[in-house]
Design a binder for this molecule. Structure first.
Ligand code: F6R
Length: 615
């Protein structure tokens, strides 16, 4: 949420910062702005709307050249997406410029205080108070990093702040509390950003900033302290992907690219986690086996798509380990006073590792004595750092706002955790584990085959572009798949889409069925749990009898569904529990194509942002 970039070095700060903002635009695209140090002062430009509006402004009214600057792409919280509310914000003298991600909870009191002291605030934002407070502190101490520390001690809430001062050339100062910020170390140049993607084209050497830290950036030095000025411990790391991974690579959108990357993402997430004999090696999960043996309950916390991965994981965990598993929306978790103790294993699933709701759930769980295992895609992000252990998914950077490859890899990681629990607790024999691992290893190829057969799905999606509603039905693990299919369609196509457990249909939702209403039905395998299959075939007949247009996702060779399918989408044969890995893919393609046919920008759906760092 909100993308932030800071730069100091020999290059044009404007070029570096705007290129960085382009890579961070997925974090928010309500408005954008920049500030550069030039001619002994600060020059700024900002515009409501997407980054192109700012670029147009900059081409019409170029800023003077400078080599130190900051930039911001906004997801509005306080104040609407207007030019005035866009960042950077400045003090009345125009000597300090600040960009901000997060929410300053005590801003109203601070604003009142500033107004009483004669400051004039021009925007409705919480950020502007920081610019004024920084200016006041700076006039007393003439040191921007110290001024930042003094201001941060007065702020409540979550924030990443990055600032420049006209009187401190070649210096950018940042601060973070509960909101992401990472530094990049180049040759004679330094960077700050919400995400390494912003500077990956310049350096892959990064410094992870911790909670309540202030960083001072100079061309050849990055100095980190806590809010009291004491030197802080930091973790330096090398980013293991390069700029091309964060580019579209010839695809029309990041979403299409990320859908296409799924076979590799799935295979990469298994890499190094299975030994030559097919047994699991999850040594990276540093929770000792004896602790895992004592676990008497698993609670999964996550949001959105990651929550759907959790719903699927529940089936695998309970089936393979016989340990009860609850799945909870992270935003609801701590408010209902959940029952947790040392024998509870909390699994927090998050692509970004920064989702505030999930982070708060993690903190609450640990306060209650539970062990927390994070499943996360972003190295060095806050959730894994605050968890007892982490299993990283290896999806690579996910840029499109709608999650695709991260979801599939979250599922793989969840299956691995479930099997690992089964392994250490002895509820699964080694040969059973090896058999599932073999099935998992073949999923990458299966996803590839699904992707090769998507043209009819794309055609179907285009033909439905004028519809208002699409329903999704599933049973067992197909139910969360239906929920995920509906979420993708809602967020991308802005259509009414709902997912239901097929068995619930006659308890209400069947009243929605009308003539030619498209209903996607995710059909479980007829092998194994054939009772589920037979029941859903009955459900398809029930809705078809009432006029629904049935779009049936069924495995190859399942002939029983053929008479009742107006459209049939085939997926490869997989074991029942693993079917979501293949069944979700056509629903992603469907949503992406339908949204495109409706003229929507799939990478940046309206009102959304990736990485939701506010509660
Ligand atoms: C939907 C989507 C969101 C995220 C949710 C959690 O396509 O992307 O629902 O899944 O905001 O985000 P993470 O996984 O970063 O915690």
């Amino acid at each position: 949420m909100c993308g932030i970039v800071g730069y100091v070095g020999p290059q044009s700060a404007l070029d570096v910062v705007t290129a960085g903002l382009k890579r961070l635009e997925y974090r928010g695209y309500d408005s954008a702005g920049v500030a550069v140090q030039a001619d002994g002062g600060l020059a700024t430009a900002k515009r409501a709307g997407k980054l192109v509006n700012l670029e147009k402004e900059l081409s019409e009214r170029p800023l003077p050249t400078g080599t130190t600057g900051i930039g911001h792409t906004r997801w509005a919280t306080h104040g609407g997406p207007t030019d005035a509310n866009a960042h950077p914000h400045m003090d009345n003298a125009g000597r300090v410029a600040v960009v901000h991600n997060g929410i300053i909870e005590n801003f109203a009191a601070l604003r009142e205080e500033l107004t009483e002291r004669g400051h004039e605030l021009a925007s409705e934002t919480d950020t502007e108070v920081v610019a004024h407070l920084l200016a006041e502190e700076y006039s007393a101490c003439a040191d921007l990093a110290e001024a930042m520390r003094l201001v941060c001690r007065r702020l409540e809430g979550a924030f990443t702040l990055v600032a420049v001062h006209a009187d401190e050339p070649d210096v950018v100062v940042g601060a973070r509390r509960n909101s992401p910020l990472v530094a990049g170390v180049g040759q004679g140049e330094s960077f700050l950003a919400s995400d390494v993607a912003a500077f990956i084209a310049h350096t892959r050497e990064a410094i992870e900033l911790g909670q309540d830290q202030v960083v001072e950036l100079r061309r050849d030095a990055v100095t980190v302290t806590d809010f009291d000025g004491a030197p802080a411990d930091v973790r330096e790391y090398h980013v293991d992907w390069d700029a091309s991974a964060a580019e579209k690579g010839g695809y029309a959108s990041f979403m299409l690219k990320e859908i296409a990357e799924q076979p590799k993402a799935v295979a990469d997430t298994l890499l190094g986690r299975i030994d030559g004999s097919g047994s699991l090696m999850l040594d990276e999960v540093r929770i000792p086996a004896n602790v895992l043996r004592e676990v008497d309950k698993v609670v999964i916390v996550a949001c959105g798509t990651a929550f759907h991965a959790g719903l699927i994981a529940k089936y695998a965990i309970e089936h393979w380990t016989r340990v009860p598993c609850e799945v909870e929306l992270a935003s609801e978790f701590r408010y209902r006073d959940p029952i947790l103790d040392q024998q509870t294993l909390v699994v927090a699933i998050s692509q970004s590792g920064e989702t505030m709701d999930t982070l708060m759930a993690v903190r609450h769980a640990r306060e209650q004595g539970a062990k927390v295992l994070a499943i996360c895609n972003t190295n060095g992000s806050t959730i894994p750092r605050e968890s007892d252990a982490v299993l990283y998914t290896h999806a690579g950077p996910e840029v499109a706002v709608a999650s695709t490859k991260a979801f599939l890899t979250q599922l793989v990681a969840c299956y691995l955790v479930a099997l690992y629990l089964g392994q250490v607790r002895g509820t699964k024999y080694a040969d059973e584990i090896r058999a599932v691992v073999r099935d998992l290893a073949s999923v990458s190829g299966a996803v590839e085959r699904v992707l090769e057969t998507m043209e009819p799905v794309r055609q179907l999606a285009r033909s439905l572009a004028g519809k208002d509603t699409v329903l999704f039905l599933g049973r067992h693990v197909g139910h969360p798949v239906a929920l995920e299919g509906a979420l993708k369609l809602k967020e991308l196509a802005y259509m009414h889409a709902e997912g239901f457990a097929a068995g619930e249909l006659k308890h209400g939702p069947i009243a929605l069925i009308e003539d030619d209403l498209p209903v996607v039905v995710v059909v479980p395998s007829p092998r194994g749990r054939s009772v589920l299959h037979d029941k859903i075939v009955s459900n398809i007949q029930e809705i078809r009898a009432r006029g629904a247009r049935t779009i049936v996702v069924a495995e190859e060779g399942d002939d029983a569904v053929v008479p009742y399918a107006d459209h049939l989408i085939r997926v490869p044969v997989t074991p029942t529990l693993l079917q979501p890995l293949v069944a979700t893919v056509p629903l992603q393609v469907f949503a992406c194509e339908l949204a495109t046919a409706r003229g929507n920008e799939v990478d940046q759906p309206r009102n959304l942002a990736k990485s939701v760092t506010v509660e």
